[in-house]
Design a protein around this ligand. Sequence first.
Ligand code: FAD
Length: 408
Amino acid sequence: MTEETTNHWALTRDQRDLRARARALAEEVIAPRAAEVDRTEKYPWENVAALQENGFTGMTVPAELGGPGHSFLDAVLVVEEMAKVCGVTGRIAVEANMGAISAILAYGTDQQRRMAADFVLAGDKPAICITEPDAGSSASMMTTRADKRGDRYVLNGKKHWITGASVSRLHLIFARVFDDDGTELGIGGFLAIRDETPGLSFGRREPTMGLRGIPEMEVLFEDMEVGQEMVVMPPSGWRRGFGDLMNAYNSQRVGAGTVALGLATGAYELALDFSKKREQFGRPIAEFQGLQWMLADMSVKLEAARSLTYRAACSRGVGTDGTTGPFPDPAMAAQAKIFTAEASIEVVNQALQTFGAAGYSRRNPLERMYRDVRMFTIGGGTAQILRTVVATRILDRKLPQTRDGYVT
Ligand SMILES: Cc1cc2nc3c(=O)[nH]c(=O)nc-3n(C[C@H](O)[C@H](O)[C@H](O)COP(=O)(O)OP(=O)(O)OC[C@H]3O[C@@H](n4cnc5c(N)ncnc54)[C@H](O)[C@@H]3O)c2cc1C
């Protein structure tokens, strides 16, 4: 990112210093390992340690819980730098700062907030378990159930495509809740800890196109029993709690968009550099207008994406519908993620084109970035579903999705 961008966003001196520290770590420590992480498909524990040692996990944890109390924009600046060189490490930085942790910090009891804060400050990236084989975009049709048995809950069901499940310790699980007498109460959030909570286990790992250093896992609940202290009670209670829990997901969405932005910025910078060095017809290819316009288009898309992403990160408590809350505004987060994900895919594609055959070689990071960036119109709400979120806001009405009307 150029210094001019800094001025547009009026980043504070602390934010510029934070970003400089993140950039140094990314370039010196994370970048040299990125190809290996992709090739071996192993979770990069060394990168996690480096993030943690530099204070880049648990950034949004408030001071009273032992954290530095950074803003979402601060976290975004760090995520962007990591993703410029390694999409996987960018995603870890998202989940360790603005994923499930946001929901727990906002809705959890004091004890839960302290526990979650301790996990992320120690480098854990909590997993968020919503999606099921038959409930993807229509997440509220999930069938994983939590049956109340006195003051305990027994969970049964299966999730899939859960990022980092099996390497994460803390898991936030969404389930349909039933009272002792079988009455359905709504959808709630439950905490479970790998290697501690009996009945929590992991199934198949999905072989993914990109972002291969983080496992995408099936998560299984077989009579997984937790006490009341592991229930994350949304402010609206069970009945309308799903909305609260999904609202918390908006911070993760901004983070996911930032990973796409970082990947595309990294690809653009490589292309810019290459275009000045590679010569054909006796001159650098950057002197050909065909490439100049391609590079110009890439820079325009990136600056627009960055503006939307930073705006969404700063929208905590300043929603366009007048709502305030502890998370980014849903419509701004959706607008940012739609545009950034789509523009970033285009930018990485154009950057690869700039390299000619070299871009198609696995010796070159562009092919990895191309595979990595493709995810971001899918995970965390598809580009289609997010358009529905935006339409809901601009039309000021809830839009029916099922043949019978609204999803209940
Ligand atoms: C790499 C990766 C990581 C992920 N990580 C997590 C995670 O950590 N936790 C988690 O819970 N989930 C995770 N997911 C799951 C992700 O959130 C879902 O894939 C996503 O919500 C879409 O669900 P689906 O894949 O079942 O697609 P489907 O819902 O089956 O959709 C298929 C297609 O239909 C379109 N579509 C569906 N309904 C509509 C509609 N009403 N209007 C218009 N188009 C529609 C979709 O946009 C899509 O193009 C991850 C996914 C990926 C790829």
